[in-house]
Design a protein around this ligand. Structure first.
Ligand SMILES: Nc1nc2c(ncn2[C@@H]2O[C@H](COP(=O)(O)OP(=O)(O)OP(=O)(O)O)[C@@H](O)[C@H]2O)c(=O)[nH]1
Ligand SMILES: [Mg+2]
Length: 415
């Protein structure tokens, strides 16, 4: 299954392969898109990943169970109840989400068929293992979409949570949501007072406008209270998330398209090189042995390079042209002749100067070419065929990778 993460990985690969083929300026534009998407806070995929954090016994696991509508996490009066982080994830998780849980070393994963785009991470209590908890929270923050800080009426002013966590992590405040749980224990008057007090303490921590939900995740012998508005909030956030993911995929696709177009690889990777080159090579050998002459042989290679560069087009076409310019072809052709010991047959209608030049370059005509012809063909293969093939191969690789960017992005969009 594809997601923004896999489309982005593919774009990164394509950017690497575009080096030497695309112009630096175009590569920079695509790299900027990739970096912007990657730098974005929160999980890149379409799944909304939220983490539950907060004081021990505040009701984090109970809140997860209330959202899930069933018992997922262990809850209880004995502390700590949750000893290691667990994740409640869709039963068909995006590859990026699996990679994220691996990165965070969260092994306990409960697959759920209920909400295909929601993942909730339940963190262990922090009192007994403060350091570990803090590390997990800090490591997790850049990668999750939201953190739900759960408070209970007794310990909502817990200095540890306010001073060591919330006020230290203000740069992530956009991702924070606050829940005052266990409101079944409060009278109406107490509730509004306590809610105002919690909001005030969060503002003192530095949260500009705290979003506070009050609810009861597990009132004894009764159904959860106010859980529906919280679920609605998650649904809305999920909607916003899918819009954001759609935009990211659009950006990735456009970046890939722009590289494809500029490199000239949107016309298909194949230009029939392997089918066409053997006959060009044979015609060059023929030109040199049938008296058509050196210039004709050079032209045959030159024409082929032109045809390839027109076929590929874009920056790659110019690159091909530059790598096999006419002077280069002439030089390589001369070297091929001299290395192979070929004695070219002179053109029949030579001028005197032409004849002298021919003798100067290639010696007396009429030599035995029986061994030299295959050696010459090999030289042509090494000096032209191989280099052209290698260049076209890098182009095919780039084309294949950019096609994969498009495929991954389209698949992710249709999820
Ligand atoms: N009265 C009342 N009790 C609740 C509510 N929510 C949770 N509890 C109780 O509070 C206790 C702690 O709940 P948990 O969900 O285990 O709390 P936790 O935050 O996951 O605790 P740790 O995993 O130890 O960090 C349990 O006994 C729950 O039954 C609520 O809304 N009202
Ligand atoms: Mg728990």
């Amino acid at each position: 299954m594809s997601d923004v993460v896999s489309a982005l990985d593919m774009l990164d690969l394509a950017i690497g392969r575009a080096e030497g083929i695309n112009a630096d300026a175009d590569i920079k534009v695509a790299a900027k898109v990739a970096a912007t998407v990657r730098e974005r806070r929160g999980f890149l995929g379409e799944t909304l990943v939220v983490a539950l954090a907060g004081g021990t016994g505040s009701g984090k696991s109970s809140l997860l169970n209330a959202i899930a509508g069933r018992r997922v996490a262990e809850t209880g009066v004995l502390r700590p109840t949750t000893e290691r982080a667990l994740a409640w994830v869709p039963d068909d998780p995006e590859p990026g989400l699996v990679a994220l849980l691996d990165l965070l070393e969260i092994d306990a994963r409960f697959e759920q068929p209920v909400l295909p785009k929601l993942a909730i991470i339940d963190l262990p209590d922090h009192d007994s293992i403060v350091l570990q908890h803090q590390q997990i929270v800090e490591r997790m923050l850049p990668h999750v979409d939201a953190v739900i800080w759960v408070f209970d009426p007794q310990k909502y002013r817990d200095p540890l949570i306010h001073e060591q966590y919330i006020s230290q992590l203000l740069e992530y405040q956009e991702q924070f949501v606050f829940v005052l749980n266990q409101i079944d224990l409060l009278g109406k008057h107490d509730l509004s007072e306590l809610r105002a007090d919690l909001t005030k303490s969060l503002m003192e921590d530095g949260i500009a406008s705290p979003r506070v939900f009050d609810l009861a995740a597990a009132p004894p012998g009764a159904k959860p209270l106010n859980i529906e508005p919280f679920r609605a909030f998650l649904r809305d956030t999920l909607g916003a998330k899918s819009v954001a993911a759609g935009k990211m995929l659009g950006d990735i696709r456009r970046a890939g398209k722009q590289l494809r177009h500029a490199a000239g690889v949107d016309r298909g990777a194949g230009v029939g090189f392997e089918d066409r080159w053997p006959s060009v090579r044979a015609s060059v050998v023929q030109a040199m042995t049938d008296g058509l002459g050196f210039d004709d042989a050079v032209c045959r290679v030159g024409d082929f390079v032109t045809a390839l560069s027109v076929g590929t087009g874009g920056e790659f076409g110019s690159k091909l042209r530059d790598a096999f310019s006419y002077p280069t072809i002439e030089e390589e052709m001369r070297a091929a002749i001299s290395e192979s010991g070929l004695r070219p047959t002179a053109p029949p209608d030579r001028s005197r100067v032409g004849a002298l030049l021919h003798t100067f370059w290639f010696g007396d005509e009429g030599g035995d070419n029986a061994e030299a012809v295959p050696a010459f063909a090999r030289q042509l293969e090494n000096r032209f065929g191989q280099g052209l093939f290698e260049l076209l191969w890098t182009r095919s690789e780039l084309a294949a990778t950019l096609t994969q960017v498009e495929i991954e992005a389209r698949l992710a969009e249709s999820r």
